[in-house]
Design a binder for this molecule. Structure first.
Ligand SMILES: Cc1cc2nc3c(=O)[nH]c(=O)nc-3n(C[C@H](O)[C@H](O)[C@H](O)COP(=O)(O)OP(=O)(O)OC[C@H]3O[C@@H](n4cnc5c(N)ncnc54)[C@H](O)[C@@H]3O)c2cc1C
Length: 255
């Protein structure tokens, strides 16, 4: 289980405006296909005994680009094995783009620079119930948050995938209500599938905490709906993980 950590996003920003993240010289231990159309890469990190993060946080992976430079891609920390000195990341094979291309080609001994951890979409215990939503790219975050939630936590989860074959088994001690949404061949991206499901979700009594991640416009629509239904902005942790045409990076969704 992850240990408490400071959030590196809170550190003073670098001159570029980006938070100064710790840099790690990682080495590939293994790379193999994983459920939900993912490629799992196991990375050795020097000083793993000092590595701390909160489930839901991500690393910025400096993946090679076709022009010989490197580009930033965010991938959730799926697991930390402190004894083995490794972290695992799961990369969705959504297309022939730099992230999945690197993951598929990665072989033991390859080196890669990673930065982090970063991200604020992490478990907040001060709530009576929790709502987590996202598409495939969010399965690593949702799965890891769920498996580290305290027993008895009330978790309502919606995950959008293409077909039932993309569903995975989720481990948790939480009281889990889980709904898989299927696009059934429609492309991933902007759409009403998730926002309609969340709009129909009856908010339970008590204080809620929502974690809304995925394609940016889908995240924004859900956030605005939840705000309109009375959740305060602090009760909604949200981040756009990707959007059509956007290359790497992430979108802050706090409007
Ligand atoms: C905090 C955070 C955590 C994340 N965790 C994960 C994770 O654990 N696993 C994971 O797979 N992704 C994760 N993502 C999303 C991932 O960073 C993006 O999908 C990233 O753009 C992928 O890079 P790429 O090289 O494949 O494509 P890019 O070069 O960035 O983009 C090329 C094209 O592909 C499109 N594209 C990018 N992602 C997708 C997608 N998922 N589906 C369809 N089209 C897409 C872009 O919009 C663009 O048009 C995370 C993002 C954030 C911000």
């Amino acid at each position: 289980m992850a240990e408490p950590s400071t959030r590196d996003d809170a550190k003073p920003a670098a001159p570029s405006g980006r938070p100064q993240l710790k840099v790690w010289a990682a080495r590939v231990r293994a790379s193999s296909d994983a459920p939900a159309n993912m490629r799992r890469v196991i990375l050795e990190i020097p000083g793993a005994e000092q590595f701390s993060y909160e489930p839901g946080q991500a690393m910025v992976v400096m993946v090679p680009l076709a022009d010989g430079t490197v580009g930033r891609r965010d991938y959730t920390i799926r697991a930390l094995d402190r004894a083995a000195g490794t972290i695992a990341i799961d990369i969705l094979k959504h297309g022939e783009t730099p992230g999945p291309a690197w993951a598929i080609a990665a072989k033991p001994g390859d080196t890669i620079e990673i930065k982090g951890p970063r991200g604020k979409t992490v478990f907040s215990p001060r709530a009576d119930w929790h709502l987590l939503t996202g598409d495939e790219t969010c399965i690593p975050a949702i799965a890891h948050i769920l498996e580290t939630m305290p027993a008895g936590t009330k978790a309502h989860v919606f995950i959008e995938v293409d077909t039932p074959a993309d569903e995975i088994k989720l481990e948790t001690r939480a009281e889990l209500s889980l709904v898989w949404l299927h696009r059934n061949g429609a492309p991933a991206g902007p759409g009403n599938l998730m926002s309609d499901a969340v709009a129909e979700f009856e908010l339970p009594a008590g204080r809620g905490q929502a974690y809304i991640i995925g394609e940016t416009s889908n995240v924004r629509r859900q956030r605005q709906d939840l705000v309109a239904r009375g959740l305060s902005r602090e009760q909604i942790l949200s981040e756009g993980y990707w959007r059509p045409g956007r290359i790497g990076g992430h979108d802050h969704v706090d409007d």
